[in-house]
Design a protein around this ligand. Structure first.
Ligand code: ADP
Ligand code: MG
Length: 447
């Protein structure tokens, strides 16, 4: 009977699969006393949201299906916390999303709620993100998501944006990294490409939803922090949704100005932890399904038990195994997996700064393949990151020019000297490059 009620709500009111699974399925009827139905919810976050969004639907549906009219109370399984007052929810309508809107918002089409696996490590962040996606600007503003590298912050942020766009194709949504925000601000201040600060402000302060990724990289950059502060206020006062991600919670960002820190804490702060074994398995299976791979369960288990701290690496491991199998035309088995993953499975967690690490971080940062960086192609998109790798190897490691050349696909030392000098010269005047190099260094060596 209860299931039928939930299903009826889903079908009659166009509740999406993900919303149904997240909000409705976990609800359990607890007791009926006179005309009061008590429903158990998993936690306080749920309670507040479910009450707002589904209490009425539950009431009318129960009445419709059973003829009994009742009052509903929700109680959380764990402790009950006091939360902010009720606000009206907007009624979104479903519509197709144009490709263009996704592009304009800077979204990766693969990063949606559908492809995001929910586990113990991220369920709160997921629930909060979904709540914001359903009611942008209305409940948790800003939403602040923090967690270590490669744990799904960016994926989750994009999911929210996709969801909002789907419900409201005309919503103005913008996703940027804090690096891009900084670089565009620098350009605007210098009036480069004829972009003025007025236009910069117009671009950032007129959004319905602004997502700023990796905010930790504007820390200590005073003019950027100042500008972001005003951007934040303008959006917040207009009740526009702001979503921020960082590698740390606001209180642990030491040099963050207090006025920004307190604003970050106005809304809801949620974290993403490292995935446990079950979640790692589920993510690998999801990826397998999405890519159309068919891999032996033992191999999946082998990956999940050996790669623990980072989902990007988990995916990378799977890709590497498949690539190795295709390349050598070999069957995918444990033996092949061991061989493919021997570099990834390192006993010591602390990462030493090596040319290989620099190469990986730079490739990831520019969204290109490491093989292309060390390859021979001379397009601008590759030469520039390649020279940055050379520069950073010289700057951050004690490797000889010969060794750096070797790590870069066997280039000779004069090439390395030339590339390094190119970057060093540009760094003297190019503030955008200074910012980018600065961020890369922090990504390579966060401590
Ligand atoms: P972060 O921004 O925290 O560094 P990303 O969002 O870039 O991490 O995630 C790294 C990779 O792992 C991406 O390819 C993303 O799709 C994948 N990923 C992370 N979390 C999940 C998840 N819960 N389910 C499926 N894929 C995930
Ligand atoms: Mg990210």
């Amino acid at each position: 009977k209860w299931d039928a009620i939930l299903l009826n709500i889903k079908e009659e009111h166009d509740v999406t699969d993900v919303s149904y699974k997240t909000w409705l399925l976990p609800l359990k009827p607890y007791s009926v006393d006179k005309h009061i139905l008590t429903i158990l919810v998993p936690d306080a976050l749920f309670l507040e949201y479910v009450k707002k969004k589904y209490e009425f639907l539950l009431k009318v549906t129960i009445e419709e299906l059973t003829g009994i009219s009742c009052e509903i109370t929700f109680i959380p399984k764990d402790s009950i916390k006091e939360e902010e007052p009720e606000k009206k929810l907007i009624q979104n309508h479903t519509a197709a999303v144009s490709q263009l809107a996704i592009q304009n918002a800077n979204l990766n089409p693969r990063y949606t709620f559908d492809t995001f696996v929910v586990g113990k490590n991220n369920n709160l962040a997921h629930a909060a993100s979904l709540a914001v996606a359903e009611s942008p600007g209305e409940i948790y503003n800003p939403l602040f998501i923090y967690g270590g590298v490669g744990l799904g912050k960016t994926h989750l942020m994009h999911s929210v944006a996709h969801f909002i766009l789907k419900n409201n194709p005309s919503a103005k949504i913008l996703y940027v990294t804090s690096e891009k925000f900084t670089n565009e601000l620098i350009d605007a201040i210098r009036n480069k490409n004829n972009v003025s600060t007025t236009e910069f402000r117009e671009k950032y302060r007129t959004n319905d939803v602004l997502l700023i990724d990796d905010i930790q990289f504007i820390i200590g950059k005073e003019s950027t922090q100042e500008e972001f502060f005003h951007t934040f206020n303008a959006l917040y006062e207009a009740k526009k949704q702001i979503i921020i991600s960082s590698d740390r919670p606001p209180r642990e960002i030491e040099t963050l100005e207090d006025r920004l820190r307190s604003r970050f804490e106005w809304g809801l702060t949620v974290d993403i932890q490292q995935p446990d074994y079950e979640t790692r398995m589920a993510i690998l299976r999801k990826k397998e399904e999405l890519e159309g791979y068919n891999i032996d369960n033992e191999v999946i288990k082998y990956i999940a038990s050996n790669i623990k701290s980072n989902i990007r690496e988990l995916e990378g491991a799977l890709t590497k195994i498949v690539a190795l199998s295709k390349l050598n035309n070999r069957e995918i088995n444990i033996e092949l997996a061991e061989e493919a993953l021997k570099d990834l499975i390192s006993p010591n967690a602390v990462k030493e700064v090596t040319p290989q690490l620099i190469l990986n971080v730079v490739a990831e940062h520019f969204g290109i393949n490491t093989l292309d960086i060390i390859g021979q192609k001379r397009s601008k998109e590759l030469v520039f990151p390649r020279q940055i790798v050379m520069y950073l190897c010289g700057d951050m490691t004690t490797e000889s020019l010969q060794n750096i050349g070797k790590a870069l696909g066997g280039r000779d030392h004069t090439t390395i000297i030339h590339g390094t000098k190119k970057i060093a010269d540009r760094l003297k005047t190019d503030e955008n490059l200074q910012n980018t190099v600065d961020i890369l260094k922090k990504k390579i060596n966060p401590h």
